[in-house]
Ligand binder design. Sequence first.
Ligand SMILES: Cc1cc2nc3c(=O)[nH]c(=O)nc-3n(C[C@H](O)[C@H](O)[C@H](O)COP(=O)(O)OP(=O)(O)OC[C@H]3O[C@@H](n4cnc5c(N)ncnc54)[C@H](O)[C@@H]3O)c2cc1C
Length: 510
Amino acid sequence: MKTFEDYVQRLYKMKPNVYISEEKVGRDDPRLKGGMRIIKETFDKAHEPEWEDICTATSHLTGKKINRFCHIHQSEDDLLKKQLMTRQLCHRCGGCIQRCMGIDSLNALSVITYEMDQALGTDHYIRFNKYMEYFQENDLVASCAQTDAKGDRLKRPHEQVDPDQYLRVIETREHGIVVRGCKVNITNTPYADEMIVVPCRYMGPEDKDYAVAFALPTDWDGVKLLTRPANFRKSKFAEAPVLEIGDCETFIIFDDVFVPNDRVFLNGHGDPRQTPYAGFLALMFAHYHRHSYTGCKPAVSEVIASAAALVAEYNGIENTSHARDKISHIIGTAELVFAAGESSAKHSEKAPSGTQVPDEILTNAGRRLAGEMIYEEYKILADLSGGLIATLPFEETFFSEEVGELAMKYLQRNPRVKPENILRCFKGIEGMAVSDLAGVMQVAGLHGGGSPQMETITMMMRYDIEKLKDIAKYLFGIKKKLKRYERPTVTPRKQLEKFREAMLRKRNQE
Ligand SMILES: Cc1cc2nc3c(=O)[nH]c(=O)nc-3n(C[C@H](O)[C@H](O)[C@H](O)COP(=O)(O)OP(=O)(O)OC[C@H]3O[C@@H](n4cnc5c(N)ncnc54)[C@H](O)[C@@H]3O)c2cc1C
C-alpha cells in the first residue's frame, strides 16, 4: 500500500492540463488542496491499526493486503465493510470521501467484462484484471467519468444534431481507439491518478460508436480538465477539519484522444456485438455507486444532524420539542438509508465473475430516499441555526482590536457556552450550509449517483408488479390462493444469466 505522500508526489509529476477560469495549472495549484485533503483520510486510515479492519482488504488477484478503495468485492462482508468505511470516513471530512466513484466503476467493469468474454469470446476480462493488478499495486485514486454532455435530453446519442454530445469512438486502430467527446460534472479528476470512463445509458445498435469504456491517466495527451474548485473560507484563527476540505467538479474534454488496447474495456465501434453491454455497464456502475451512497449519505445526514443538535444547544433551544422532533427526522433518514444499504449487502449475490453484487431494489430505495430528503435536512439545519449562518461578520472582525470585543459580546447566547465556541460553531455551519461548497454538496446529494427519477426507473425495471398484485387479488377474492411471499425482484444474477443466454443465442444464429 502507498502513502498520502506517495500519492501527492505522483500528482506533482503530472503534465498541467487543468483549466481553472483562464489559467492552465498544475496539480500543485492551492485550489486543488482541499480535495487532496479528503483523499488523505483514505490513505492515512489504511495504515492505522485501529482502522485496518475496514480500510484494507485482501486482493483476490494477488492475495496481498490492499487499500479497500482498490478492492473488487468478493463477499457480503466486503460490501458491509465498504459501506461502514464510507460512513466513518465521511464523518471525518464532513461530506463526500470522493474516492468511491473510481472503485465503484471498476467493480462494475469486473462483472461486465467477464460476461462479455463468456458470450463473445473477447479478452476484456483478462485485460481488466491486468489493469486491476497495476491499480492495486500502485494504490491508485480514480474518478469515474460516466455523465455525458448529453445535448438534447430527449434524443438518443446517434440522433443528436452534434454527434459529439455523447463520448464516442471515432476510429478503431490496430493498437487502440481514438475517442472524442466530453464527460461533465465529474468529481475529483484533477487530483485523481486515473479516470475510468463508462457509458451513461443504454445504447441501441445505431449508437454502437458510443458504447465505449476505458481507463486513462488524467493527464493523458488530448485530455483537458475544465475545473471548478469549491472550498470553504479558511480560518485564520482556529483550525477546524471541516474548513480544510474542498471539491473539484470537472468537464473532461477528450480532444481526439488515443486509448491503447490494454486500457479499452468496451468498444462497440470496433465490434458492434459489444454494444448491448453499454447499458448493462452503465446501470452496474450506477448500482455500485448508489450502494456507496448508502454509506456516505447517512454520514452527511449525521454531520447535518450533529451540527443541528450543537447549534440548538448553543442557541439554548435543545430541549424544546420542535428542535428534538426536527433532529429526529434527520437521524431517522440516516438510519433508514444505512439500513437499506446493509440489507442490500445481506441480500447480495455473486456474479459469475466472482464479484459480489448488492440487491438493486434496496440500494435504489435507500439512495432515492437520501436524495429526496437532502434539502429538507439543510432546511432543518438553517431553521435551528437562525439567520446568523448567512450574516456572520467575517472571522477577522471578532479579533479586531477596535470592534472584536463588541462583536463577541453580541454573539453570546446560551450562557454556558463561550462566545469563541459559538463563533466556531456558526462559522462551521456557514461553511456547511451557505458557502460555495455547501451549494455543490446539496446538489450532489440530489443528483450525484443519479437523480431520484433514475432510481425510480431502476426500481420499477426490476420489481415485478404483476407478482405484487397477487396480494390484492387474494384479498379481494379474485384469486383463491396466496403463495408464500417472496420479494418480487429480478436479481442481478438472474439478469446476467438471462442476458448471457440471449447473447449466446444471438451468436449461434449468426
Ligand atoms: C456534485 C456532483 C457530482 C457529480 N459527480 C459525478 C461523477 O463523479 N461522475 C459522473 O459520471 N457523474 C457525476 N455527477 C453527475 C450526476 O450523476 C448527474 O448530474 C445526474 O445523473 C443527472 O444528470 P444531468 O446533470 O445531466 O441532469 P439531466 O439528466 O439533464 O436531468 C435534469 C432533469 O431532466 C430530467 N430528464 C433527463 N432526461 C430525461 C428524459 N429523457 N425524459 C424525461 N426527463 C428527463 C431528469 O429526470 C431531471 O429532472 C455529479 C453530479 C453532481 C451534481
